[in-house]
Design a protein around this ligand. Structure first.
Ligand SMILES: Nc1ncnc2c1ncn2[C@@H]1O[C@H](COP(=O)(O)OP(=O)(O)OP(=O)(O)O)[C@@H](O)[C@H]1O
Length: 260
């Protein structure tokens, strides 16, 4: 089963963009600011209807599926999620089970507890969302999406506010979700994370697909340098790559300064 965008066009934002994300894989959408990443993800989540092209889920146009089916299949984390009510973390996470109303209580409890544990929220479960730090709030919102146990996880910059340890743990969890047969589609700015953890990368630039393929094909140093307009070099071994960008180091800059 696959979620598939075919020749999407959104006036002024995306032109002729196609993407296939099969279940069992992690797909990363990368690109500079304004490239159209969030627009593409919101089309996949059926929150925006493209002006041209279509989105298919398991071969069916997305808009032919019922709202309940879409809510069960597509777990979406927007870039800047709002929390309308100042509920506790536990209540917020349990809202992720709404698409499954009628499911056995044991199943709901298990999904909620797993999401709380995965996002390391046990100590915060009774705290109102308004009393969380930015990163804690981001973890609670991700837990709500995980609690749904959707067929597809569509997340817009899910690592943006997380510290190193929580970001690594979430990436491990998302890879695990893919191994369990879910589809994971992430907008990611951190190219090393995309390089090391994605199965497939789509690079957008000004609304077009600039490159795509396995990470080492889609994110070559030439592509990174030309799309992001900054000289870059990959360091390290496959699976543990780091990106070095060509800024002069403070040490070499100091060496250039005239001495008193
Ligand atoms: N509500 C809007 N109305 C008109 N244009 C918009 C609107 N929202 C975004 N855009 C424009 O659409 C383009 C793509 O925006 P999008 O949010 O998809 O980019 P992005 O790749 O996710 O960027 P970022 O990395 O900054 O989050 C940008 O040029 C942006 O200015």
């Amino acid at each position: 089963m696959t979620i598939e965008a075919r020749a999407l066009g959104v006036t002024g934002r995306l032109e002729n963009v196609s993407l296939q994300a099969p279940r069992g894989t992690v797909t990363a959408i990368c690109g500079p600011n304004g490239a159209g990443k969030s627009t593409l993800l919101s089309c996949l989540a059926d929150l925006r209807r493209p002006d041209s092209g279509s989105v298919h889920l398991a071969g069916r146009p997305l808009h032919f599926t019922s709202p309940r089916e879409r809510a069960q299949w597509l777990g979406y984390l927007p870039q800047s999620p709002e929390v309308a009510w100042d509920v506790s973390v536990e209540t917020l996470v349990s809202l992720g089970r709404l698409p499954w109303s009628g499911a056995p209580a044991r199943e709901n409890t298990e999904a909620i507890e797993e999401a709380i544990a995965t996002m390391d929220l046990a100590e915060l479960r009774h705290r109102p969302v308004s009393h969380l730090s930015g990163g804690e709030r981001a973890r609670a919102l991700m837990a709500r999406v995980l609690a749904t146990r959707p067929g597809y996880l569509l997340a817009d910059e899910p690592l943006a506010s997380l510290d190193l340890g929580h970001a690594a743990a979430l990436m491990r969890r998302l890879r695990h979700q893919a191994r369990q047969g879910r589809g994971v589609v992430l907008v990611i700015h951190d190219l090393a994370t995309a390089m090391n953890h994605a199965d497939y990368v789509v690079v957008l630039d000004r609304g077009h697909v600039a490159s795509e393929g396995p990470p080492e094909v889609a994110l070559t140093r030439e592509i990174v340098s030309s799309v992001w307009k900054c000289p870059a070099t990959w360091l390290g071994e496959p699976g543990e790559r780091a990106l070095s960008i060509g800024l002069p180091s403070p040490v070499s800059e100091r060496g250039l300064l005239p001495r008193d």
